[in-house]
Design a protein around this ligand. Sequence first.
Ligand code: SF4
Length: 484
Amino acid sequence: MAQTYSGVRESKPGRVNDYGGESIKTAEAFKKGCLKRADRSFAQGLQCQQINSMSALMSLEDAVFIAHSPQGCVGCTSLAVDMYRVGQAHRGVKHIKNPHIIVTNLDQKSVIFGGENKLRDSVNLAIERYNPKLIFVFASCASGIIGDDIDAICSDIQKEVEALIIPIHCEGFKSKICASGFDAAFISIQKYILKDTKLPKDENLVNLFAPVSISYADQVEMERMLGLLGIKTNYIPFYSNLEKIKQIPAAAASTSICKVFADEFMKTLEEKYDIPYSHTVMPIGIRNTDKWFRGIAKVMGKEKEAEEIIAREHERVQPLVDKIKARLQGKRVFICGGTGRSFAAAALIDDFGMKLVGLETPTYDDDAQVDIEYLNGIHGDYVVDIANMQPFEQVNLVKKLKPDVFIGVPEWAAKLGIPTTHVLDMKRPTMGYDGLIFLGNKIADQLSNPGFNVKLSKHVRLPYKDSWYDEDAFKYIVGGEENV
Ligand code: SF4
């Protein structure tokens, strides 16, 4: 019998979260099974899985999000709130709303006496204030440690209320791989909303899973491309609603925009609802866009049409790519991003003749191995940093490698005076054939106009001592070197 997936990504074999080394050696070690899970004896802070669970669902209509946690846990929801607000503006919403977030504010007393009453009060408050269709209750480290049984509390309250109350087990301590938070959210969607309900199939409908970080321009581009194949998309869970979620079992196939978003859930959909899926890459750059498009076309039996469309799109964008290439050829790049985006961006820069010198990505596994082997083939050797955040390591590496441009979360690299481009751009196009032109021009513009970052570097300093830059960037990774 198939084992039920716990939602903790580390529970699957061959996943490594802490490592640093050269890419060719890394790929060889992984192939031989010598790349074992290591640890950091010092870490600067990790992205927690709770924020991923919350951000994945935060744009659902008629929903309230209750974090059963201390106040600080919801600190980073501000990023997802910003994305939600901008996303509404791009979709032409006149009266822009904030998501309804409530935090139960677990404190010292709650840790001793339990937080059950606070959770009950919060659910009642959510109903009284917002009358929602959906109430999501997110666990935290604190609620997990004190043992508040959020499932039992939710099921008890559910007997008296109409709104669907959905507990989500995203206790931060359970996983160092923040994508586990996405899995926790989807496990609850299956358990509390879909509940194995089978629906008549719509042979043209595809579930397109998209996280909160996808721009509206990217949604339009993905829907345009699938539309060329005559496919209707059920775009979920970003900017959707309970009705669209309930339509998931009616789809003929599923695919995701991101490699680590809904990948486990799509397996569940295949097992329980006979929905085949395509899990390939993030469609950034020509190679990845082709691969992503071919993947879903194959599942839908539209391979011939896809090849014709790809040929037409190449003919359209190639002259524009060549123009950008003339501006970027030979430039050295350091990339830092989530698993899907960092690998996709590393493939994209090859379209423009750029060279990869360093790559930070949160997790290494079988999927990453496929990408790294491909990237090694085009870029040769470069430094790989497997890290959930840890900017101190990346600053050290960037100082040593001296790239011409940094692609990723730009804040600290900008303070070094290096031209930067944000690849996690939820506000502008980055994906599909149109997105790659926009992104290429953005990188080229940054390179030709680095004035802001240069000035910034003269007036702002990073918090590290000069001596740190002479140290081995991977000094605090315990066990990494012996494992290879
Ligand atoms: S759930 Fe845990 S790891 Fe996440 S923010 Fe709260 S305390 Fe930190």
